[in-house]
Design a protein around this ligand. Structure first.
Ligand SMILES: *Cc1c(COP(=O)(O)O)cnc(C)c1O
Length: 447
């Protein structure tokens, strides 16, 4: 792509608008959403408390923020200037959500948009042709697709490296690095990236480089990347934040007000802000994040131990056998609820996935119910087979996204699927469901 014409009137207007808070037509940018700050001086409670504790200026003191299902807001003067005028620019339900999330994510500013990919789109619009992006080789499929688009159409240079290896990251960092994009743990290979060390290296290589972390896998319940060196954090609100797989949403958080304004400019310009109705649902969902995540990861831990004890190669940062166990726990407060394991045979894996009943075959994660999938067939199918091989992604890999069900039921269903698929053999006449209290596991042996 040709370098942009920096003298074009449109670009000059855009730059001027950015500086003076005027829009492209020369109007004042609406003041909404006002930058939100969790640092209001009051006492900070533990996260579980902050998640449910909200403050509003609602005229009736409603305990749940109303859905302001309105595109426009009447003004009191002919020149406008009220807090809200048009929902693309700002809406009270969305602002309430954004302020609440800023508190939860330890951020100065949060912006809520229509999906996790929408969030990454807003962030990558900070890039210019010639800019370089350094990122991982086990990325979320949609992220991979968007970066490939930017590479092929927008003149952005993208380096995929193994982000578990700080030296590999260092080898591609330079003064041209504009953005370092990290996921940790990655999915489905559950690889851990050293955020503080990589952030330091990135900022040393280029002062202007932005370290961006996709925190979808852990959520603010388990990790606050802004506290350990990230400049921008984004998450898919479709996953743990909302928790019920009933909405699509994306969330962007940062501390630098100028950066927040630039991203807000894009959201207001393109109209990708989260709708009032979905803002309400995300607000409702996030209040139960702590209790859901605690249960989900306790279940995930038991299931990871169950599979490992039967000889499967399991990837989960809650297991001491994870190669980066110490690194993970130096940053995060929990292991999350996504794990993956190998069976050694693609067709056995297919049979396991299809034999499971409680475990729904579905892409995605973060929902209250448990899901099972084969990433190479589903969520990561858009990555071609050669690249998958290069990135050492086992074709037989099964991913489990653990929900809040009774863990004995989950292990029971999984055991039955393993036996039915021929992945394990029964060594006693009959087995009872693993009993969550007694720690008894069905006696199975891997074939
Ligand atoms: C789901 C997901 C996304 C994309 O979010 P959507 O809400 O589906 O657009 C990005 N990153 C990760 C790690 C995800 O799991």
């Amino acid at each position: 792509m040709a370098a942009p014409n920096t003298n074009s009137p449109a670009l000059q207007a855009a730059n001027k608008a950015m500086m003076t808070r005027l829009d492209l037509d020369g109007h004042d940018l609406p003041p909404s959403p006002a930058p939100s700050s969790p640092h209001s001086g009051r006492r900070r409670y533990a996260l579980a408390t902050e998640l449910v504790y909200t403050e509003t200026k609602d005229q009736y003191g409603s305990s749940s923020i109303p859905i302001y299902q309105s595109a426009t807001f009447k003004q009191t003067s002919s020149s406008g200037g009220n807090e809200y005028d048009y929902t693309r620019s700002g809406n009270p339900t969305r602002t309430h959500l954004e302020r609440h999330l800023a508190k939860i994510m330890n951020a100065g500013r949060v912006l809520a948009v229509g999906s996790g990919m929408g969030a990454l789109d807003v962030i990558t619009r900070l890039l210019r042709p010639g800019d370089e992006v350094v990122t991982g080789d086990d990325l979320y499929g949609g992220t991979n697709r968007l970066l490939t688009y930017l590479k092929n159409n927008q003149g952005v240079i993208v380096h995929h490296v193994d982000t578990t290896n700080v030296d590999s990251v260092r080898s591609v960092l330079s003064s041209k690095t504009a953005l370092v994009l990290l996921e940790t743990p990655t999915n489905p290979l559950i690889k851990i990236a050293d955020i503080p060390t990589i952030a330091r290296a990135a900022h040393e290589a280029s002062e202007k480089s932005l370290v961006v972390v996709d925190n979808t896998m852990l959520s603010p319940m388990l990790l606050n990347p802004l506290d350990i060196g990230a400049d921008i954090v984004y998450e898919s609100g479709t996953k743990y934040l909302s928790g019920h797989h009933d909405i699509m949403a994306g969330v962007i958080a940062c501390n630098d007000p100028e950066l927040g304004d630039k991203m807000y400019f894009t959201i207001n310009s393109t109209g990708c802000g989260l709708s009032p109705n979905d803002s309400f649902l995300l607000m409702r969902g996030v209040k139960t994040l702590a209790i859901r995540m605690e249960k989900q990861q306790a279940n995930a831990q038991r299931i990871a131990e169950f599979l490992e004890s039967h000889g499967f190669k399991v990837r989960y940062p809650g297991l001491k056998s994870h190669l980066q166990y110490d690194l993970h726990w130096s940053m995060a407060r929990g292991a999350g609820a996504v794990l993956s394991f190998e069976t050694g045979d693609v067709s056995v894996s297919e049979r396991i996935v299809e034999a499971a009943r409680l475990w729904a075959i579905s892409v995605s994660f973060g929902c209250v119910n448990s899901l099972i999938s084969m990433p190479c067939r589903m969520s990561h199918a858009s990555i071609d087979i050669e690249t998958r091989k290069e990135r050492q992604m086992p074709e037989d890999l099964i991913r489990l996204c653990v929900g809040i069900e009774d863990v004995a039921d989950l292990i029971d269903d999984l055991s039955r699927a393993l036996v039915q698929a021929g992945a394990v053999t029964l060594t006693i006449d009959s087995f009872h469901a693993a009993d969550a209290e007694s720690d008894e596991l069905p006696t199975l042996a891997q074939v």
